[in-house]
Design a protein around this ligand. Sequence first.
Ligand SMILES: [Zn+2]
Length: 332
Amino acid sequence: MSAKLLSPDQAAAQIARWRRDGKKTVAVSGSFDILHQGHMNLLSEARAGGDALLVLLNSDASVRAYKGPGRPLAAQETRAAQLAALPMVDAVVLFDEVVPLGLLEKLKPDILANGPDYGPDCIERPVVESWGGRILMTSPRTGANSTSAIAQRLGVAPNPRAVLLDRDGTLVEDPGYLSRPEQLVWKEGAADALKRLSEAGFLLIVITNQSGIGRGLFSKTDMEQVHQRLQGDLAKAGVTLKAIYHCPHRPEEACACRKPGTGLLLQAGSEHGLDLSKSWMVGDKCSDIEAGRMANMRTALVYSKASCRPAPHVIAPTLTAAAEAILSESNV
Ligand SMILES: [Zn+2]
């Protein structure tokens, strides 16, 4: 075991010592699965942004949660040991969250280095700025410099990607507590947009908050009848929904499944073996965007003028426009 592998408590103490010595700590997080040139560039850029480099390393369980089965390719002991062997890395800490907000809160590094895919409005930003820290944006990575590209060359089949869709206000009009099939009014072009995404290989999964059930306004059976119509209409258009996940709870119940909670997104990821990092969450509310960001997904805000923090990756006036943006970003 390298002396650079630290527990969260040890890392907090180490950062405090560095701070006493006038050294600024740069943290960088990721799965660092099969170290490659892209990782080296990221690490050296991050190290150059301060005086000591701390790598927050996704545990095997957390990589599996957002990259799907078969990942990581290298176990956490190997990934940690490889990072610790690099002279530019000063310390390594493992974490189980998908996005290490809890660990960052505990460690309070001066700088968090983040790739540009996550944007200047990354989900960690408000957290890091809350103690006067800042985000250091690193240079873009090229496609060849990714573990997925290496895995593909090794013949490892990629995990499926999906578009996770909010229901009310995204696929269909939101009359407030939609509970009967005859109330269902499709957003214009929704079925065509879904068809294009499906033909490009994305699984389609609905993720919906249905607190009307918890409030006693309608029953689960009512909701299921709405979903039968939803799926029936789509089937006529030649589109298959892989699954529909719903949260029946009221906000006060503080469950893990109500968006912006990530419970249903991670459940969908696990049950369908998805690569969430290459999947999209699409919705009309900031809670959809926050949930997607916290599950390490790409995000698109539709039919909304809200300015969300964290910001969505894509803002589109319609589902049709969102589908086009998704297809062009995904090179399909
Ligand atoms: Zn819930």
